[in-house]
Write a protein that binds this ligand. Structure first.
Ligand SMILES: [Zn+2]
Length: 330
């Protein structure tokens, strides 16, 4: 991982290149919109870009240097020219925008040539707030740079959208997430691989899984269950259903894990390649299932997992939905 200037972030090469170019050329737009799923790194990248815009390092390519007084203040959350707009209610109100952004944008920067405003969850601005912001975006003071972050840009007014330069953050390749989990979060190889596959290109999600002990417990429990499921009698299946449902919050993780596992079985059955699996430590069980089950049976199970997910989402009785799923394995 490169570690200087704007390259301090994992992946997102295209977005980083775009922002780096703005920092180095000095041609900076007044309004940017960072879009992408929750946890994909919008905030991290916006904070880095803001620090770069305020950095005092004479070489633009090194910005943010993370060493100069300005970078240190930005990292410590106490740079007077870097404002994170916060909100206390469900939505971001016109008062929030007026007091924290518009009023402050009317005052010259305290230190350098720029003042940067970051608005996380920008889709939560109500229409009034967006209209108030629009005036500032249309005629911004020369020093102001506004960074809107949103996982749901469709909720923003077209007039606001049209004034912003979009920085799109796409899901990262598994290999980059895996490297991040291994190196930054210091997880062992096998765990990093499972977490990365589970995170589907999202560093925030990977971080949550890595830092959450119950994720690891759920993984172990799910793998144990998958190993034993075949020969289980009805009473044992019922008990397994109750165990899964007792951890209501964790059902999504369990289903996600089952899905990854069954994809491994399908992949192994088709390719005979045990090295590219997610659950490399489960090779014996995966090989066994690949031998016993037809492609048809395997894809039926994958479908049942998806079906169970949608049943749970539409509030079908959880025990019933999970029991139907486990029966499909038998
Ligand atoms: Zn600096």
């Amino acid at each position: 991982m490169a570690e200087t200037g704007m390259n301090r972030v994992a992946g997102h090469t295209r977005a980083v290149r775009q922002l780096k170019k703005a920092v180095e050329s000095g041609r900076v737009s007044h309004a940017y919109l960072f879009t992408g799923d929750p946890g994909c790194g919008k905030r991290t990248l916006a904070d880095l870009f803001a620090a770069a815009l305020l950095c005092e390092d004479p070489d633009p390519a090194s910005r943010p240097c993370m060493k100069c007084p300005s970078c240190r203040k930005a990292a410590g959350g106490n740079h007077p020219d870097l404002i994170h707009v916060t909100h206390e209610k469900q939505s971001i109100t016109v008062d929030d925008i007026r007091t924290q952004l518009i009023a402050s944008a009317g005052i010259l920067p305290y230190e350098g040539g720029r003042k940067v405003f970051i608005v996380p969850e920008a889709e939560k601005m109500n229409a009034q707030a967006q209209n108030a912001l629009l005036k500032t975006i249309e005629e911004p003071p020369s020093y102001a740079v506004i960074l809107l972050l949103s996982a749901n840009p469709a909720a923003l007014l077209p007039t606001v959208l049209s004034r912003c330069l979009e920085i799109k953050l796409l899901p990262l390749p598994d290999r980059i997430v895996e490297e991040y989990v291994r190196e930054e979060l210091r997880m062992p190889d096998y765990e990093a691989k499972v977490i990365a596959a589970f995170a589907q290109g999202n560093i925030g999600r990977a971080r949550l899984s890595a830092e959450n002990q119950s994720f690891s417990d759920r993984k172990d429990r799910t793998l144990t269950l998958l190993r034993r499921l075949k020969g289980m009698n009805t009473a044992a299946v019922r008990q397994a259903v109750r165990d899964i449902c007792a951890d209501r919050e964790g059902i999504g993780d369990v289903l996600g894990m089952m899905l990854l596992y069954m994809r491994d079985v399908l992949y192994y059955k088709a390719s005979g390649d045990g090295e590219s699996l997610v659950f490399t430590d489960e090779l014996t069980g995966i090989r066994e299932k690949a031998g016993e089950m037809s492609f048809r049976k395997l894809s039926d199970i994958v479908e049942e997992i998806e079906l169970c997910r949608s049943r749970l989402a539409s509030n079908v009785n959880a025990e019933l939905a999970v029991e139907l799923l486990l029966t499909a394995f038998q």
